[in-house]
Write a protein of this length. Structure first.
Length: 79
């Protein structure tokens, strides 16, 4: 029965969903906000891959820089 205990008519589920406030309705999958978030995610992934490639390509220089930095820190600490 489409009536509650007080005798009031209960709307169908599809009508109740359409009448729901905008805050409760789902936003479309391809909205501008979702596309911008997806573009930012792709940009972050590309940047991380570029940094990983640079470290892989020039790992000797990265290692020498890290060793030099440690030596400088030890010299500062000892002086």
């Amino acid at each position: 029965m489409p009536f509650n205990e007080r005798g009031e008519f209960i709307r169908a589920q599809s009508q109740a969903t359409a009448a729901a406030p905008a805050s409760r309705q789902r936003e479309p999958l391809f909205s501008l906000e979702n596309l911008l978030m997806f573009a930012m995610l792709i940009g972050i992934i590309v940047l991380l891959l570029a940094v990983a490639w640079l470290v892989y390509r020039y790992w000797e220089w990265v290692l020498l820089g890290a060793i030099g930095s440690v030596i400088l820190q030890i010299r500062r600490w000892l002086s």
